[in-house]
Write a protein that binds this ligand. Structure first.
Ligand code: PCA
Length: 205
């Protein structure tokens, strides 16, 4: 049975909840037939997120890692294609750190692409009637760092990885009423679809 590691983030900035963690918990509760899903929460910390990822991967030894993050400005699910070797932010992380154009690792490539079939994942989610798009920038905040580290790990072991940015969810506490939101069930459906699709394609090889 394929082993999936699903990660979400802890709350950050003014948000009392993080939609990515709420969705990760719901996906784990509902499950997907034929796969074993583990979830782990990641810290919103440039310096601590790498170790948190390494520990989670060591603990669960997943075939596939799907990382979720909240994107407060988004009105749809965003499948991230690329992670950049760069950290830069005008907003602090949960340790109060604000990097200024710092490389993640001076010895490794400037970017990595996902090793999952991102276009067919996008089509499969669209077919479920959920708003989705492929994004070519995961930002330069903590989500991008996590994604970069995960894709670097994929070069050393047999693991597939994709990062998915999620909107705020309908009814999410401490969210201003002018912000776009999405029903929680749609986001859960999108992630279940990704898990099913990658798992199916994995078994074809
Ligand atoms: N979103 C942030 C970090 C944590 C989260 O959920 C990001 O997009 O980098």
């Amino acid at each position: 049975m394929a082993k999936i590691l699903l990660t979400g983030f802890e709350p950050y900035l003014d948000y009392s909840e993080n939609s990515s963690w709420v969705v990760a918990e719901k996906v784990a509760t509902r499950g997907v037939v034929g796969v074993d899903i583990a979830i782990e929460q990641m810290p919103v910390s440039f310096s601590r997120v790498r170790v948190a990822l390494l520990e989670a991967v060591k603990k669960h030894a997943p075939d596939i890692i799907i990382m979720l993050g909240q994107s407060g400005a988004s009105d749809r699910v965003k499948l991230e294609r690329v992670a950049l070797n760069m950290m830069d932010s005008r907003l602090p992380d949960n340790d109060g750190y604000m990097p200024n154009e710092e490389p993640i690792n001076i010895e490794t490539p400037i970017a990595f692409f996902t090793n999952t079939p991102i276009k067919s994942l996008c089509t499969a989610i669209e077919e479920q009637g959920v708003s989705v798009k492929i994004s070519n920038s995961c930002g330069l905040y903590v989500c991008n760092r996590l994604y970069y580290e995960a894709l670097m790990l994929c070069k050393e072991c047999h693991m597939k990885a994709i990062f998915v940015h999620l909107p705020l969810y309908e009814g999410q506490p401490s969210v201003k009423s002018n912000k776009s939101t999405m029903p929680l069930d749609d986001m859960v459906k999108a992630i279940q679809t990704i898990i099913k699709k990658i798992n199916e394609e994995d078994r074809e090889f």
